[in-house]
Write a protein that binds this ligand. Structure first.
Ligand SMILES: NC(=O)C1=CN([C@@H]2O[C@H](COP(=O)(O)OP(=O)(O)OC[C@H]3O[C@@H](n4cnc5c(N)ncnc54)[C@H](O)[C@@H]3O)[C@@H](O)[C@H]2O)C=CC1
Ligand SMILES: N[C@@H](CC=O)C(=O)O
Ligand code: NA
Length: 433
């Protein structure tokens, strides 16, 4: 039966995502009410620039006093889409203190201090939902927290940042320059307020922390995640990848160690074979593989960024939280009972593609091979090419078998010290085989 008294929603932030949340709440009001069992009413919208014209939003609802809005006491759900650490954290905890549940898209905050948010939600018996925080529209958080709650997840691997996938895709397929592609991604609403978060891998690392935490039931913070961005990826890297039948993607990889006693989480560019499903993820799309003991390998795919796709995830959470409220129930809280430590990057087992500029003379290949052997790193393939300009240098491309990252980086350091190695043109990890 439909309750007539509406559930009140406070919206914090009315930018790319917030404006779409408000639009869908208005245009789909009847459907949302029918699905929830009560109407939902936009009771206030906190913004920074109140004079800006916001189509479809009653000016009376607009306020610059976000703290006052979440402290009102009559708000059922606070939707936080302002981003950043503060004041978002204080606004969310204040919302819980005042009896509201919270829906947030804020991966930066969840990865920095999710524990504080979970604790406040639990203390006040309210919900904290955040489907939009990882991989935009793609249902991933709910499947991990709920559908796979009976299974054991061992690995999560995927593309979780739309902006960088958009840029890398453009660089690969149309030869577009990095800055031009970044400007386009920003104009399309994919990039963070400060796009450094995207291109330097912080955004993907925050998502990796969230994914590792909920997948392995332990606490993982942004600082625990090894991170390399994509700003160093060059057209030459793409050419090299193509020669190997690969492309380059910025990947997030979270793994449970083989002995089950620790986990790792990392974000870095990697070469993947063109035959791998992740190679065909284009534009701002995201795709994530989840490997679970009983379920096997699951793939989640869809739009990973943008106003409307992200709002879809926010609205899904809003419906769930409202239903819980009417049922006087709460959804899942923090699950961190395993307390597994996060191991450093050196313990990760991976493969390297290394491109060296070497002296084009007898014995160099043997010298290089010796360095790999001394570090216990086994070579898979070697390709040597003399330079057409005959400058006495050759390019040597080595692809290794799987080894500890510490051994691989030690190998590269030792190679740099060889007189016959004039430069390390590129180093990239190889994944997905
Ligand atoms: N744009 C996207 O594709 C996605 C964004 N997100 C997350 O959603 C959140 C919002 O992102 P966008 O909408 O893209 O950012 P945005 O920068 O377009 O919007 C944020 C809005 O919040 C306002 N704001 C900031 N501080 C405020 C305060 N103290 N009080 C009131 N308003 C304040 C800003 O003026 C701005 O209009 C962020 O946490 C972001 O990481 C998550 C998934 C995808
Ligand atoms: N800036 C992010 C937005 C979604 O999380 C991205 O590009 O993926
Ligand atoms: Na999602």
């Amino acid at each position: 039966m439909m309750r007539t008294r509406p559930l009140k929603v406070a919206l914090l932030g009315c930018g790319v995502v917030g404006s779409e949340v408000a639009r869908i709440m208005t245009t789909h009001a009847d459907d949302l009410a029918a699905r929830i069992g009560a109407p939902v009413e936009l009771a206030g919208v906190a913004v920074r620039r109140p004079s800006k014209v916001r189509e479809g939003i009653d000016r009376e609802l607009v306020t610059t006093d976000a703290k006052g809005l979440v402290s009102r006491g009559d708000i059922d759900v606070v939707v936080e889409v302002i981003g950043g650490i503060e004041p978002a954290r204080t606004l969310i905890t204040t919302a819980f203190e005042n009896g509201a549940s919270v829906v947030s898209a804020n991966k930066a905050l969840l990865a920095e201090d999710g524990a504080t948010l979970y604790a406040a939600a639990e203390k006040h018996g309210r919900d904290l939902y955040f489907e939009a925080a990882v991989a935009g529209a793609i249902p991933l958080i709910r499947p991990l927290r709920e559908s796979l709650a009976g299974d054991k997840v061992n690995r999560v691997l995927g593309i979780v940042n739309g902006t960088t996938n958009f840029i890398l895709d453009k660089m690969d397929t149309s030869g577009a320059g990095y800055s031009e592609a970044l400007d386009e991604a920003t104009a399309l609403g994919y990039a963070e307020a400060d796009p450094t978060a995207d291109v330097e891998g912080f955004d993907a690392a925050a998502k990796a922390a969230i994914l590792a935490g909920i997948s392995f039931h332990t606490r993982v913070r942004l600082d625990d995640v090894y991170r390399e961005g994509m700003t160093e990826v060059t057209a030459a890297d793409f050419a090299s990848a193509r020669r190997m039948g690969c492309t380059i993607k910025l990947l997030a990889i979270c793994e449970r160690a083989a002995d089950g006693r620790s986990v790792t989480a990392r974000v870095h560019p990697a070469m993947i074979p063109l035959s791998h499903p992740l190679a065909s993820v284009r534009g701002a799309y995201n795709a994530v593989f989840v490997e679970a003991e009983a379920a096997g390998r699951l793939m989640f795919y869809g739009p990973g960024a943008g106003g409307a796709p992200t709002a879809s995830a926010v609205l899904g959470d809003l419906v769930a939280v409202c239903r819980n409220k009417l049922a006087e129930a709460t959804g899942p809280g923090e699950s961190a009972y395993t307390q597994l430590p996060v191991s450093p990057m050196g313990e990760v087992v991976t493969r390297y593609h290394i491109s060296l500029d070497v002296a084009d003379k007898p014995g160099v290949l043997a010298q290089v091979a010796t360095v790999f052997a001394e570090h216990g790193v086994s070579i898979d393939t070697v390709r040597q090419q003399g330079r057409p300009d005959g400058d006495g240098e050759a390019s040597l491309v080595v692809v290794t078998h799987r080894a500890h990252d510490a051994a691989l980086s030690g190998t590269v350091e030792a190679l740099r010290n060889l007189d016959t190695v004039h430069g390390v043109a590129s180093i990239m990890r190889v994944e997905g085989e």
